[in-house]
Design a protein around this ligand. Structure first.
Ligand code: AMP
Length: 469
């Protein structure tokens, strides 16, 4: 299977793919598309960046093309549930892009924006509905949507929905769907709760799996710069001025930190925008659109805000702060090197973050190339600091919050000094979608590039206004 023509997809779909310059299906597409076309339920283990959206959207569109039905108001034939507004918007965009030569009616139901337009869209009748669970439930309660015509259900990023506390909502929604349906579940990881959910909601599912989370690390050229915390602003300016950057996503741990970084860049004469949970939906969309078109080349984001951002051509990810959850590092650097393209991740690590770095390297199984530009060293030499395991045992904890073993899918969180945090929420997510120099020593080891693949052809910019409506 080396070409999209081999799947036997309807001509309007392959025509759209040619226009998008999709030539070779990605591994998840090769595995999942024939199964979905055959009507099987599918559990797909794949993270964003693997091409999983097309893996479900293309065969679903094919089904709609093969079996046209008159539109019924409020009653979608396809329901896609996703954890965040941004991801939902991108999924809808994908359906519209791949279905641009078909008369497909689609709509978006997400929180944080007025409900009126969504109610009107549903009243007109539709084929595909992409929704976040909270807002969909609200609309169900006021009878704005009927789910008894749903033929295909997609649960995307199921593990994130679990993290964000949506599992109960999902069970409530799924209880309203016809029993006779096709169900597709995609998740980057398979914690026990998701496996249980799949066992209840899917019928004899086929399993396809690609790219375990940590292997993103192998595609991205990674560098660590050890730096004094006070020197980070100047280092960021220097990096942005000297690196051959097409588009860069800069990560900070806090919203306040993101705003501060943007102010610092503006003062240095560099343009940048922040995206985080305190911004309105309109502001976020405006900033994302400017980033996508290249008007803004530097976007500063928190982990939550960056979740699900799917922008092609992010050449660099800069970790202004290192995340205290090692998996977040993998998710962050996965924003570059999308769909097999090469990318660079540069992380600034101050003395307080060295423990985070150690956890990250343990997770990805790689020692990342370091440059040391610190003028001060930690009071305790690094090699004599307590390893994480001992630290936990000394506190009488078993790796987490004093209540025994970590639950599957739960992450070890540390405070800035590298100690396990005392009072932990589940990851960094909000519950619902509204809820994210002077160089003393230079041991320039140079960057190590791991398994870089050829960049994929650039996709044509998406045209949002191309729905049939
Ligand atoms: P996803 O994993 O669905 O978030 O997709 C990641 C990115 O890869 C998106 O920007 C898609 O437009 C792009 N993409 C998906 N499949 C292909 C393909 N077969 N060839 C080129 N680009 C693709």
């Amino acid at each position: 299977m080396t070409s999209f023509n081999d799947f036997g997809l309807a001509e309007p779909i392959t025509r759209a793919l040619t226009q998008e310059k999709y030539v070779t299906p990605t591994p998840i597409q090769i595995d999942a598309i024939p199964l979905v076309l055959a009507g099987r339920d599918v559990v797909g283990i794949a993270q964003t960046g693997t091409g999983k959206t097309a893996a479900f959207a293309l065969p679903i569109l094919n089904r709609l093309a093969a079996n046209r039905k008159p539109l019924e108001k409020k009653s979608p034939r396809v329901l896609v549930l996703s954890p965040t507004r941004e991801l939902s918007g991108q999924i809808l965009e994908s359906f519209r892009t791949y279905g641009r030569h078909m008369r497909i009616q689609s709509a978006l139901v997400i929180g944080g924006v007025p409900m009126g337009r969504q109610v009107r869209d549903l009243m007109l009748g539709l084929d595909v509905l992409v929704a976040t669970p909270g807002r969909l439930l609200d609309l169900m309660k006021q009878n704005g949507v009927r789910l008894n015509q749903v033929e295909v259900l997609v649960l995307d990023e199921a593990d994130r929905m679990l993290d964000m506390g949506f599992i109960h909502d999902i069970r409530t929604i799924v209880a309203k769907l016809p029993k006779e349906r096709q169900t597709l579940l995609f998740s980057a990881t398979m914690p026990r709760e998701i496996a249980d959910l799949a066992a209840h909601m899917l019928r004899d599912p086929a399993r396809v799996a690609v790219t375990p989370v940590a292997s993103t690390a192998e595609r991205v050229e990674q560098r660590i710069i050890l730096i004094d915390r006070s020197a980070k602003p100047a280092l960021l300016v220097e990096t942005l001025k000297t690196e051959p950057i097409e588009r860069t996503l800069v990560f900070t741990r806090t919203k306040h930190g993101a705003d501060k970084v943007v102010r610092g860049l503006h003062n240095a004469g560099l343009s940048a925008e922040a995206i985080h949970g305190n911004k309105s939906q309109n502001q976020r969309e405006r900033v994302l659109a400017a980033f996508r078109t290249g008007k803004v080349r530097t976007l500063v984001a928190t982990d939550i805000a960056a979740r699900g951002i799917d922008v092609d051509g992010i050449s660099h990810v800069i970790n202004y702060d290192l995340p205290n959850i090692p998996e977040s590092y993998v998710h962050r650097i996965g924003r570059t090197a999308r769909a097999g393209a090469a990318g660079v991740a540069i992380s600034f690590c101050d003395n307080d973050e060295v423990a985070f770095l150690r956890d990250i390297e343990k997770l990805i199984g790689l020692a990342i190339a370091r440059t040391d530009r610190r003028t001060s060293r930690p009071a305790q030499p690094e090699q004599h600091r307590r390893p994480p395991q001992q630290a936990q045992q000394r506190n009488g904890r078993n790796g987490h919050n004093g209540h025994g073993k970590r639950r599957p899918g739960q992450q070890q969180r540390r405070d800035r000094d590298g100690h396990p945090a005392q009072h932990q929420q589940r990851r960094d997510q909000p519950r619902r979608e509204q809820q994210a120099t002077s160089a003393a020593s230079h041991d320039n080891i140079g960057a190590v590039a791991f398994m870089k693949r050829a960049p994929r052809p650039a996709a044509a910019p998406h045209d949002t206004g191309r729905t049939a409506r």
